[in-house]
Structure formats: structure tokens, C-alpha cells
Design a protein around this ligand. Structure first.
Ligand code: HSE
Length: 309
């Protein structure tokens, strides 16, 4: 293969209770990227549209991932990359993860599938480190594996792909402000108390059990975050108002997508998702801030090949 064009999905990390350990991929939101083999052993980013990101391959998440993979594979070719961002960095929807995971996936195809999915997550985490200053796996694993994922362990890295109940729908609102993941991590405490930890890990177990048994009520009851959300919601204008609007309109649960400011809600049907979308829109209409609303199915397959030769 000499050329590949891919779609790399946006993702919701944490899923309320699972800070740094849970994530899922979004069906209809993401980036397009192309990768072309070149005879010179260079990595170049030739075009970036949709966001202002560095062309310097040592500062760009995708550039870093591609260089490391070509080096480790002792490749005798170079790669030209184009990136077309479908959503904004600093949204909490895994923008750097879409670039990093997309880069790992695309290069692996040009290398003849040399690396496993787990190895691709490890490479993509290098991009997350460049973009967010933390080597988190929740967004990139969701983009690469598709559906819901659990990062069961970071050392050694262990990713568990979880089931995605068919009726689940996502509604999300992105208030048009930027929150850098690095900053949103600084507001978190170093230590938590045991009682809170018990509540939180019980919810993680409940959410996973709910996904396996398609128990939507259990999924909803488990979408609770008493450790991270209380600190981060202060960074998101009108968070409580939006969350309450979503719950009152029938959402199973709602919380902060990744490090915010996007607020996500999970719903049990298209009809409820539509009601939630209307309610969220209403709750933000007069607050004097631009926003974008997304409604989507869950992406079950992860990164998709759009074209190759
Ligand atoms: N789990 C990470 C966080 C995701 O919440 O900081 C951000 O990319």
C-alpha cells in the first residue's frame, strides 16, 4: 500500500466514573487524514485544515507518532501527512487523540500491519504526551478499538474492548471555549478519600456490567463522577444547568466529556436523544456563548479506511 485516507473518530473519555480508564468513540464526528509513502526517509506534514496546529513534526502529535513508528520498523521510506480536523482542539472530544490514533493506524497500514492494536495505542499515547503532557490512553484506545473500551492497566498496558448496547445514543454540547487538558488536570487533587473511591469504583463496575447486560437503567445509575466532575465543572459555564436539562429530558446520565468543556449525555433511543438535544439547546440559548450540539450513534468499529492504493 502506498496511500491511505482514513476517518479517525472523536471520542468521549472518562465516561463520568472512569477517569483515564474508560472511553468510547463517536460515529459521525472526527478527522480525515491521508498518508503517502515517499522515497526519501522524511516525515512531512503538507496540509492541515480545520484547526491551527503545528507543522513541525516534533511538535505535532501525528508527526511524533509517525516518526517513532517508522524508526522502530526501520522503514526505508518516508511519509507525507495531511490532516483535516472535523472538530476543535481543546473541546474535550479527543482532538489530539484522533490525530495520534489516526497516525498510528495509517502508518501501520503502510507498514503492512506490522503492529498490533495494543501497540498502536502505545504509539498513539506518545502523541497524547506531546499534545497534553500526559500519556493517557482512554481517548486513543477508543479511537483505535471502536465502541467502549476500558484501560484495565497502564503498566503493562492492557485494553479491554467492551460491548456497545445497540440503542445507546450520544448527545453533546460544546460551548465554544477551549480548555487545555493540561490545565484541566491541574485542578484535580493528588489524593482522594476512601469513601469517594468506593463510590467511584462501584460505579465503574456498574457501568461495565450495564454495558454487558444491556441494562440501560444500570448504565444510567452508574454515570456518576464524584471525584473529577466537582473540580472540573467549575471550568465549564452553566454545567449544572445543562446536566439537569439533559436528565430532565430523559438522558440516562450526563457528565464532562474528557477534560471538557464538552458536556455529553447518553440516551436510550433516537427519540430521547432528540428531546435531550432540544432541551440542552434551550438551556444554552440565552447564556451569551456560542455552542455546537452533536447527536450521534456510538462508533463500534473505530478508525475507518476511506480510500487506499
Ligand atoms: N482522561 C483524560 C482527562 C482525557 O480527563 O484528563 C483527556 O484527554
Amino acid at each position: 500500500m502506498d496511500y491511505i485516507k482514513i476517518f479517525s473518530p472523536a471520542t468521549v473519555a472518562n465516561v463520568s466514573c472512569g477517569f483515564d480508564t474508560l472511553g468510547f468513540a463517536i460515529a459521525n464526528l472526527g478527522d480525515e487524514m491521508t498518508f503517502v509513502k515517499t522515497p526519501t526517509k522524511r516525515v512531512d506534514i503538507t496540509e492541515i485544515t480545520g484547526a491551527e496546529l503545528p507543522y513541525d513534526i516534533n511538535s505535532n502529535a501525528a508527526g511524533v507518532v509517525v516518526q517513532k513508528m517508522l524508526k522502530d520498523a526501520k522503514a526505508d521510506f518516508g511519509i507525507q501527512i495531511t490532516m483535516h480536523k472535523g472538530f476543535f482542539p481543546g473541546s474535550g472530544l479527543g482532538s489530539s487523540a484522533a490525530s495520534s490514533a489516526g497516525a498510528a493506524f495509517g502508518v501501520n497500514k503502510l507498514l503492512g500491519n506490522k503492529f498490533s492494536d495494543l501497540e498502536l495505542v502505545k504509539y498513539a499515547m506518545l502523541g497524547e504526551e506531546v499534545a497534553c503532557n500526559s500519556k493517557v490512553a482512554d481517548n486513543v484506545a477508543a479511537a483505535i478499538y471502536g465502541g467502549f473500551v476500558l484501560v484495565r492497566s497502564y503498566n503493562p498496558l492492557d485494553i479491554v474492548k467492551l460491548p456497545t448496547p445497540k440503542k445507546l445514543r450520544l448527545v453533546a454540547i460544546h460551548p465554544q471555549i477551549q480548555i487545555r487538558t493540561e490545565d484541566a488536570r491541574k485542578v484535580l487533587p493528588d489524593q482522594i478519600n476512601l469513601k469517594d473511591a468506593i463510590t467511584q469504583w462501584a460505579n465503574v463496575g456498574g457501568l461495565i456490567a450495564g454495558l454487558y447486560t444491556k441494562d440501560y437503567k444500570l448504565i444510567g445509575n452508574s454515570l456518576e463522577d464524584i471525584i473529577v466532575e466537582p473540580h472540573r465543572k467549575k471550568l465549564i459555564p452553566h454545567f449544572n444547568k445543562v446536566k439537569n436539562a439533559a436528565l430532565n429530558a430523559g438522558a440516562l446520565g450526563a457528565g464532562i466529556s474528557g477534560s471538557g468543556p464538552t458536556i455529553f449525555a447518553l440516551c436510550e433511543s433516537d427519540e430521547i436523544a432528540e428531546n435531550v438535544s432540544v432541551a440542552i439547546e434551550k438551556s444554552y440559548r440565552n447564556v451569551g456563548m456560542d455552542f455546537e450540539i452533536y447527536s450521534s450513534k456510538i462508533n463500534r468499529k473505530g478508525i475507518k479506511i476511506l480510500h487506499s492504493y
